[in-house]
Write a protein that binds this ligand. Structure first.
Ligand code: MN
Length: 132
């Protein structure tokens, strides 16, 4: 599993766990703990996927998602919301904000990598995207 993934998450335990699990799978990880940091990273780097916490200090993850989806520079990056299982309606709000999908927290470390891989653009070198 390859790909550059930006994780936007203010909870240090979640951030560490999510990044650890994905680094083990071979992904390269960028980390931001708020929207400002995420925007600073995105000014320099375009990741293959963004994992977006919804509840962030300052600008929330759904507002940031709307901004990124409205920008020609970042609109094609898949954004997957990390929704708190206890927060009913977060999944609907994530889809309304044009997230490409959502995964609920706490994550299941056994299935999380394959859950995330579904949203990564195909980078398998054995197939070319142009082949019908
Ligand atoms: Mn949070």
């Amino acid at each position: 599993m390859t790909g550059k993934i930006l994780i936007v998450e203010d909870n240090p335990v979640n951030l560490k766990l999510v990044s650890f699990v994905l680094e083990l799978e071979g992904c390269s990880i960028l980390k931001a703990t708020d929207a400002e940091q995420a925007q600073a990273i995105l000014a320099n780097t375009l990741p293959d996927l963004i994992l977006m916490d919804i509840a962030l200090p300052g600008m929330d993850g759904l507002t940031l998602t709307r901004l990124l989806k409205a920008s020609p520079r970042t609109c094609r990056i898949p954004i997957v919301a990390l929704t708190a299982f206890a927060m009913k309606g977060d999944d609907d709000r994530a889809m309304a904000a044009a997230c490409d999908g959502y995964l609920s927290k706490p994550i299941d470390t056994r299935t999380f990598p394959s859950d995330v891989a579904r949203f990564l653009p195909q980078t398998d070198n054995s197939q070319t995207k142009e082949t019908p």
